[in-house]
Write a protein that binds this ligand. Structure first.
Ligand SMILES: C=C(O[C@@H]1C=C(C(=O)O)C=C[C@H]1O)C(=O)O
Ligand SMILES: [Mg+2]
Length: 453
């Protein structure tokens, strides 16, 4: 029998059942949902590859169009839902996955129009792979009388999904051919960087992250499953994420943790300041060393670390911040990196930290409100979920959010790519443009677009 509990005042019930499965590929499981769950799937894998999460179908969605209180709204609705589920210790807990838009006050109509300010889902079929062990759970939330029949149907479907995943061969699907490339707002980007640099030099603000986007058109549509698979092969050292919403897929390979909470410990990271990788290992080392000593990049970085530190001082005890950054080297780029950790104070929660941290000066700027207002006015685009928190939370309140950079929105044969960089007093618009070119590479390579403009 599946576990079930129901509150007396509510007729809603939350049924779950988890089984352990041997040899299950997360990408194959995602692909097995092609037929029945397209548009209602998600994918997540942490950087260390010790935790992979795939969801097929929506057992329940929690979303809102709020500008204020959007984090608390999701947190309290998730809590309500968790109260319907059994508190028993299980191998895996039901997990809520989703994300927030970068700026709920941005009203520019765009490719993001169907994405709410906050969108989260509890999947019908959940795959968790943790330390080589794979668990598939069924979630059903219903007030139906004959829910046992429905549950039985779901078991049959689960077994079919597992079977398909185990026999399906994963291929690095041929990439569609790029037919058109549009550097949206390139001139506006350069102008915005110059204007913002001036405003920073005049001490109006200290740092503002300015982004731009590319629109690519291909000769054929992509399947979400093959795009995510390609991403995992091209960018193995990053977080991998994918969130489908109807005919769109927001996906990416981000190096940047916003915050992780596990057993009362909170972890975040300042990642800002960038330089390309070298052609040879000697050049690569020289570039890395020059980044570690570069005042412009150190300034970009310090605003981020100081802000995260301040948030951690408020919500955590025993905050630890290394005194200087190290290098984080990923395939195309090297960044300055400072991990930050603390012990969550009793009353603090993951969503509180997400709210307090987003956007850090790595995505927004310093001071935050002023920087976000400048972004809204000078970028002249809608970032949607780009540069915003994406991640998961379990029934215990543990979970992890990354920032959705090195990312793209896929819509049939079109892909919208986004990249930005931190503008400070010493910025030059052409150098910042060059930096965004490097940051587009992960997605260009995944989709098969030309990497040289
Ligand atoms: C905004 C982006 O990246 C951020 C900006 C960085 C910078 O300006 O040096 C570095 C890492 C990220 O924090 C992006 O990739 O789009
Ligand atoms: Mg930079």
């Amino acid at each position: 029998m599946p576990n079930t509990t129901g509150q007396k005042k509510s007729t809603l019930r939350f049924y779950t059942e988890t089984i352990e499965v041997s040899r299950l590929s997360a990408h194959a499981f995602f692909a097995a949902g092609d037929e029945n769950y397209k548009g209602k799937r998600f994918f997540w894998q942490n950087k260390e590859k010790t935790f992979t999460l795939v969801g097929l179908g929506h057992a329940h969605t929690i979303a809102n169009e709020l500008e204020e209180n959007r984090y608390q709204d999701i947190a309290s609705k998730w809590k309500e839902l968790c109260q319907l589920s059994l508190k028993e210790k299980a191998d895996v807990s039901p997990i809520l996955f989703g994300g927030f838009s970068f700026d709920p006050f941005n009203r520019i109509s765009s490719e993001w129009d169907t994405f709410p300010s906050a969108f989260f889902t509890l999947s019908t079929f959940q795959l968790v792979i943790r330390n080589e062990q794979a668990f598939v759970s069924i979630h059903l939330i219903t007030d139906e009388e004959n829910s046992m029949d429905t549950f039985e149907q779901l078991r049959i479907e689960r077994d079919a999904l597992i079977h398909t995943s185990q026999v399906k061969e994963l291929k690095n699907h041929a990439k569609s051919k790029l037919v058109e490339r549009e550097d949206r707002l390139k001139e506006k980007y350069l102008q915005a960087v110059e204007d913002v640099t001036k405003r920073i030099q005049e001490n109006e603000v200290k740092k503002v992250v300015i982004g731009r986007s590319l629109k690519l058109t291909f000769d054929d549509v992509f399947s979400s499953a093959s795009v995510l698979y390609n991403t995992s092969i091209e960018q193995p050292e990053s977080y991998l994420f994918g969130l489908e919403r109807d005919d769109k897929l927001f996906f990416g390979a981000t190096p940047e943790r916003l915050v992780k909470v596990e057993h009362g410990e909170a972890l975040s990271a300042g990642i800002a300041g960038s330089i390309k990788r070298g052609e040879t290992s000697i050049e690569d080392r020289q570039l890395g060393e020059s980044l570690l000593a570069d005042p412009k990049n150190l300034a970009e970085h310090k605003y981020v670390v100081d802000m995260i530190n301040k948030v951690f001082e408020q919500y955590c005890d025993e905050v630890k911040v290394p005194s200087r950054p190290k290098l984080l080297k990923i395939r195309d780029i090297q960044h300055l990196h400072t991990p930050i950790q603390g012990q969550l104070k009793n009353s603090a929660s993951l969503f509180q930290l997400v709210e307090a941290l987003h956007p850090t000066p790595a995505m927004g700027g310093e001071p935050r409100e002023e920087a976000v207002a400048i972004i809204r006015e000078s970028e002249q685009m809608n970032r949607g979920y780009y540069a915003a928190p994406i991640g998961w939370i379990d029934t215990e309140g543990d979970g992890e959010f990354a920032v959705g950079i090195r990312s793209a929105l896929l819509e049939n044969e079109h892909a919208y790519l986004y990249a930005g960089g931190g503008i400070v007093a010493e910025s030059s618009s052409l150098e910042e443009f060059e930096e965004t070119r490097v940051k587009f590479r992960p997605m260009l390579r995944t989709l098969g677009g030309n990497m040289n403009e």
